[in-house]
Design a protein around this ligand. Structure first.
Ligand SMILES: [Zn+2]
Length: 384
């Protein structure tokens, strides 16, 4: 309700309190939430958890036929990870995990002793994101297929084998051949494979590559920049790395469904590219101050007035220019499903709101995009 209330344009100055939201969360979790010191990302996570809990409860209370009426959580997406063994080439099935906000690391600071006082380090949001959505090396992966092969080898070199061992050897050999020739990823659970008494698994650890991708892009992608750091001799501190970010971004999408679509050469929308999703910045929370105290300021895109269609008497060039304006303003419009409030008349130069406690002012896009040092949580909405 508070989101709907905040979305309604006000004709005069008004203050809305978040107290009812906090009280509802306190009732839900049966504990008190501090009013003085709060990490905005932790609070966001608490809200997301509460929404998921309510979502589960609503789905439980309605019949299966009615479930289509429960809208999906717009913040919920899915990450998938897959491991490839570098020794035997085993590819594990994608492991899926839901997320409501993505926490991405900001590059660590160069030690103070090496740089002059005004040194400023920087990176781009997509670089930070790709450090989370990446391929990592695992030096000591307990590969089940390598363990299977290793155990088989130990059995094969045993000179004289009683009948049960001979049977186990041929069974393991058949299994190994089957797993190695599988064209699709295989899930090997050693606990389900029986070995004769007295024969242990010959475990082996090998290098592997782990790949992490966004497999289901959420409608609203919340990116949290992890700015806490520990500096030797200084303790916990705030990482003020400048993170530049764009209004429009393309985020790579991967995983099982994308791979299946690629195999089938699925036809997608003209404007849509398989394996990527386009997002537009809708809101930004910045933090200024120190690691354990400071102040949050929020920036959010204003709802825009739709202009009338272009008249027929205009020159072609002017028509084209105006059409671009119309297109841009429709993109800026409120998402479908949000209560339609009257659209306010706004000064076209200030397309964003800056919200600092109860002080709300209009600012332009360039000011929002300049908050590179303070950017903390960014909210991007899917555009296609
Ligand atoms: Zn292996």
């Amino acid at each position: 309700m508070i989101v709907i209330a905040l979305n309604k344009p006000a004709r005069k100055e008004k203050t809305r309190s978040v107290e009812p939201v906090i009280l509802a969360l306190e009732t839900m979790y049966k504990k008190r939430i501090s009013r003085s010191q709060q990490d905005s990302q932790e609070f966001l996570h608490l809200i997301h958890e509460a929404l998921s809990l309510e979502d589960t409860n609503i789905k439980k209370s309605v019949s299966e036929n009615e479930q289509f009426a429960v809208p999906p959580n717009p913040f919920e997406g899915e990450l998938s990870t897959q491991i490839r063994c570098q020794r035997c080439n085993l590819l594990t099935p994608w492991k899926k995990e839901a997320f409501t906000e993505l926490s991405v690391a900001v590059p660590a600071k160069v030690p103070r002793t090496y740089v002059h006082a005004n040194f400023q380090w920087s990176c781009n949001l997509l670089e930070c994101l790709s450090s989370t959505l990446t391929t990592d090396s695992i030096p000591d992966y307990a590969c089940p297929l390598c363990t299977l092969q290793n155990t088989l080898l130990a059995l094969e070199v045993t000179p004289t084998k009683p009948a049960p061992l001979l049977l186990a050897t041929s069974r393991l050999r058949a299994m190994t051949t089957q797993f190695m020739s599988s064209p699709t990823p295989v899930n090997i659970d050693l606990d389900t494979i029986l070995l004769p008494t007295g024969v242990p698994w010959k475990h082996i650890k090998v290098p592997a590559i782990k790949k992490t991708v966004i497999s289901k892009p959420p409608r609203v992608l919340a990116i949290h920049l992890v700015r806490s750091m520990y500096e030797r001799g200084y303790g916990a501190g705030r990482n003020s790395c400048e993170v530049s970010f764009d209004e429009d971004i393309s985020v790579p999408i991967g995983g099982e469904e994308v791979e299946a679509a690629e195999r089938e050469e699925a036809v997608v929308d003209d404007e849509k590219v398989l394996g990527e999703e386009k997002y537009r910045l809708m809101s930004l929370v910045t933090h200024k101050g120190y690691h354990d105290n400071g102040h949050y300021i929020c920036y959010r895109r204003r709802k825009r007035e739709r202009r009338a269609k272009v008249g027929s008497g205009l020159a072609e060039k002017e028509q084209l220019a105006n059409l671009e304006v119309v297109k841009e303003e429709i993109d800026d419009d409120v998402p479908v499903g949000v209560e339609s409030a009257p659209i306010e008349q706004v000064d076209s130069r200030t397309r964003w709101w800056e919200i600092s406690d109860e002080v709300v002012t209009g600012v332009d896009k360039s000011e929002v995009l300049s908050k590179r040092k303070g950017a903390y949580i960014l909210f991007y909405e899917r555009t296609l």
